[in-house]
Design a protein. Structure first.
Length: 234
């Protein structure tokens, strides 16, 4: 009997640990669900993390690039990839050092071409074509040119993503920042997808030769065609 009772606290402690870990995993990570089709085939459906901007064909997009931080995210494997001090690419389950303290619900993401593998191995391409804050002109352009007009009262338009797969910029609406809430992320339910061709003519001329200013062209000169060998360090 003594042995039986002494095992109960350990059992409860295990479950208490699991209850703490699961919400943290859900807060940061993506998840996958298997669906069986009528012919018996099993299809893996991948669900983006809760901080990601909304987009179509979610199971087809595997990688994000966050240009403000130089970090990639693998939706399928729920992994962040960042460059270490020695230049090696390092895997992280949770947010890596460049994202410490960052509210990912406000981070701008590039949804990478679905045919590209391990994009961090072509980092020079992404760093050049998507510089930090390269999207800063997007909002003023679409508002000034009245591309988006149905903005809710007390809200402002925020660019959240550029999707290489359809050459569109995703805008969301959030409450205007105040002293009490300087970085609101409780977004309005309305989402706007604006073609890059509606933004590019008003971008600075020097930017139009890069993806952030002129849009993405699949297979263009210099564009990655795959990830190559190796995957970094874990």
């Amino acid at each position: 009997m003594k042995k039986h009772f002494s095992s109960i606290p350990a059992f409860l402690q295990t479950w208490r640990s699991l209850l703490l870990i699961v919400p943290l995993a859900l807060a940061f990570g993506s998840c996958a669900a298997q669906v069986e089709t009528e012919d018996g085939a099993v299809v893996q459906n991948y669900v983006p993390p809760p901080w990601a901007p909304p987009y179509d064909n979610v199971s087809a997009v595997r990688y994000y690039y966050m240009p403000d931080y130089g970090v990639y995210y693998d939706v399928w494997d729920d992994q962040f990839w960042y460059q270490g001090p020695g230049g090696d690419w390092i895997y992280s389950v949770g947010p890596p050092p460049p994202l410490v303290g960052v509210n990912l619900s406000g981070a701008f993401c590039v949804l990478i071409d679905r045919d590209i593998s391990r994009p961090w191995l072509n980092h020079d391409y992404y760093r050049t074509n998507y510089p930090a804050h390269g999207y800063d002109n997007y909002r003023d352009i679409v508002v000034k040119n009245r591309v988006v007009t149905n903005i809710a009262p007390g809200h402002e338009l925020v660019p959240r993503a550029f999707n290489e797969n359809n050459n569109r910029v995703t805008f969301m609406q959030r409450p205007v920042a105040t002293a009490a809430a300087p970085h609101p992320t409780n977004y309005h339910h309305v989402v706007h997808e604006v073609p890059m061709r509606s933004i590019s003519p008003s971008m600075p001329a020097a930017s139009r030769g890069f993806n952030y200013g002129g849009g993405y062209t699949k297979g263009s000169a210099g564009a990655p065609r795959g990830g190559g060998g190796g995957g970094g360090r874990r």
